[in-house]
Design a protein around this ligand. Sequence first.
Ligand code: SF4
Length: 385
Amino acid sequence: MWSMAIEKQRSEASRPAATQRDGIAATRHFVRGSKSRRASRRVPLAACTLEALRDAVAKAGFPAYRAAQVMEWFYGKHVYRFDRMKNISAPVAAYLDEHFVAFSSRLVTAQDAGDGAVKMEIALRDAFVVEAVLIKVPRRSTLCVSTQVGCPLACAFCATGQSGFERNLKAYEMVEQALHAAALMPRRRISNVVFMGMGEPCLNLDAVLEAVSVTNAAYAFRVGARRITISTLGDPHCIEKIARFPLEVGLAISLHSADEKLRRQLVPGAPASLDKTIEAAWRYFRETGREVTYEYVLLAGVNDSFADAAALAGLLRGKRAFVNLIPYNEVEGLAFKRPTPGKTAGFCKRLITLGVKAHVRTSLGGGAHASCGQLRLSKSAGSAS
Ligand code: SF4
């Protein structure tokens, strides 16, 4: 149970400094220590690339190679206090502590859904709480990252969409979601990252791509580019930018209907018509050679008929597409229902019969309201720093 892990790490935080370890308690301790005005001026370490840290350290008169050592402790060994980085001398640690802070955010809860998914609630500097989900299955640990505080696109079936929009997340706030997740599982590493949590990544693309670079960087999380996916409603300009991005990340497009009118009802903030989005996705495939995944949330009695499957197949046939079918995860207060397993399997089979690759995504996290579309925006009682 994660609650037990949190308690264990809390008790570790009360040990003498030299024996403290990584995890929630350590990150909490560090953020608590950052409450002074001086602390709020310090730069979150996740906002620094290795090169930037090297420059800063060298400018301060210390050997530039210290920066790589710090990053190794920080990302590789889950040590978040400069004075506990064993090969970092006291003057360097003091300089770093003066100018940098390990976390701008604070892990508030890590709720275990009991099926491998853990929902994390993370309080930001301005007290908004965003959610990220870690999904652990044998040989894979996938992190679902939020990109905005809330979401302005208000999809009819999505809890995030119903909770409004506050602001875009900074790149370092996305990286910190991965740092909090990594601290929860010191013996495993994050193998896959999907930018599929709260928010529409294309409305915050520059920051998302910056976070992608850190996720992939050798000094940080070392997640292979092809194991990183950006999920979007499909703005053609955004798709073009992702295609030109030097890292070969995956693209997922949320469709939810092949009927323009129904899609507009389900996804009122869709940035382009279906035709324009599919055309842009096809160009993306031709330019990059990377197959596009299409996300389709199955809503009982709304978009789950054989006619809906035939329309979807008609839209995607010949487009090197892969369809991820997501049986709806019900949200309190919304009328949409999850289709039966039989209906879901029938829809999938129909698509395959019509020549479109498809599968039904195993939905984890329901026990903690951590499944797709169930994440909500909230505000914590106090600010994070
Ligand atoms: S489904 Fe995605 S794009 Fe739509 S409201 Fe929810 S978070 Fe925003």
